[in-house]
Write a protein that binds this ligand. Structure first.
Ligand SMILES: Cc1ncc(COP(=O)(O)O)c(C=O)c1O
Length: 401
């Protein structure tokens, strides 16, 4: 499991002394160091997928490090603009772009869009003509493999993200004078920890994407490969080395002949900077199994229930007691409220706190905080070695009517 620095650990202890309820802590100093490494190259243009963590201080740190921003809703756009990111550095992806939303984005200055349907292309063109602006357009492609052929993606489920090449083939770009089609977007994999596997996937996707650009008669200047770079959630998995990803991307850039590769990173950019601190309520034995009941569960961290993958977990204090497998359960009245099975010291008790790591991505905003009327989690940042409370824990009376 990723280990916090001594300095960060000492801040986590301070938070545990200050707080009674679960809370998130984001280490912006570690985030900055990581992002500077990601930016120190000229192979790929990096955008940040704001859905991973829209916290103001996180967005500002990404902006300071030179990231651009991929937003998927009006709320995300407003949050990014409120951090003084220029609208020209925003890209809009997402399957649910209503006419109203498209207009609003254009009015707020966004000029780069990933179209996920023929209607979106039409609405983008109409709104651009109405506002007398030109937009840059990428077509989002969804590929499937014929039955019986080995599918490089593993599964073959249909999603609402993008459109199959057959439907895109029916697009006549000359009908949309306000749109300049600069490339394609494809993203159909998740949490990948192997650069070789990514390379092989991307290579298999190139021919149908190139065929599409030829058929529609636009030059593929940009290839946007979405996100999906993984982080390890268990001690057996190795982190994905950035240099290996860059080598794979350089190969794709050369093979595809595109001028620019883009990626919109979520998890790989921010997961590691986040910690979720969670007080233990009690330990009990049930039918021979050790159970730990904790204050916060999927009300604050939904991902284990939807992705079937727990966040790594350790005890905050040091203990030399033997390790034991504990099933960890949150406070909700559903068996879905499980934060996984973890090896933890046997002497764990109701005065202890657990620390879940990799929670900088898909944590606070990917949760179900209102169920059973628990407090909302507080959010802290560590910035220039100082601890700051950005959001107080909010009591249920603040959101119940
Ligand atoms: C269009 C798009 N780009 C990028 C991402 C970020 O993915 P990840 O967090 O795996 O990097 C997502 C996540 O859902 C997405 O929908």
């Amino acid at each position: 499991m990723h280990m916090a620095s001594t300095q960060t650990l000492s801040h986590l202890h301070t938070v545990a002394q200050e707080q009674l309820e679960p809370c998130f802590v984001y280490d912006l100093d570690a985030l900055r160091t990581h992002l500077n490494t990601l930016m120190d190259q000229d192979v790929v243009t990096l955008w940040y997928a704001v859905k991973a963590n829209p916290l103001s201080a996180i967005v500002r740190t990404l902006a300071e490090c030179g990231f651009r921003f991929d937003v998927a809703s009006s709320g995300e756009l407003q949050q990014v603009l409120a951090q003084e990111v220029p609208a020209q550095q925003v890209l809009n992806t997402g399957p649910a772009k209503s006419r109203r939303q498209i207009k609003q984005f254009i009015e707020l200055g966004v000029r780069t869009f990933v179209a996920e349907s023929l209607n979106q292309v039409r609405w983008l063109n109409e709104a651009a003509l109405e506002h007398d602006v030109q937009l840059k357009l990428l077509l989002r492609v969804q590929l499937r493999w014929p039955k019986g052929e080995k599918n490089p993606l593993g599964g073959d489920s249909l999603t609402p993200f993008g459109l199959d090449p057959q439907h895109w083939h029916g697009l006549y770009l000359a009908d949309y004078p306000a749109l300049q089609c600069i490339g394609v977007h494809i993203f159909q994999w998740g949490n990948m920890l192997s650069a070789d596997k990514l390379l092989s996937l991307w290579q298999q996707m190139l021919p149908p994407l190139q065929a599409l650009s030829e058929k529609l008669g636009f030059a593929m200047q940009v290839l946007d490969l979405g996100g999906g770079l993984g982080v390890p959630y268990d001690e057996h998995s190795e982190p994905l080395a950035w240099q290996d990803v860059l080598n794979a991307l350089a190969q794709i850039k050369q093979q595809s002949g595109v001028q620019e590769l883009w990626m919109e990173l979520g998890r790989y950019a921010v997961a590691e900077c986040g910690y979720y601190l969670n007080p233990v309520v009690e330990q009990k034995e049930n039918y021979g199994e050790q159970q730990l009941i904790v204050s916060g569960g999927i009300n604050h961290l939904l991902r284990p229930a939807v992705a079937g993958q727990a966040f790594p977990c350790r005890l905050l204090r040091e203990s030399h007691a033997p390790l034991q497998a504990f099933n960890i359960h949150g406070p909700l009245c559903t068996a879905l409220d499980s934060l996984g099975t973890h090896n933890l010291p046997l002497d764990i008790n109701e005065d202890d706190w657990l620390v879940f790591s990799q929670t900088g991505a898909y944590g606070f905003t990917e949760s179900m905080p209102f169920f059973l009327c628990h407090p909302l989690a507080a959010e802290y940042v560590i910035d220039n070695e100082q601890l700051h409370l950005l959001r107080e824990s909010a009591s249920p009376s603040s959101y119940l009517r």
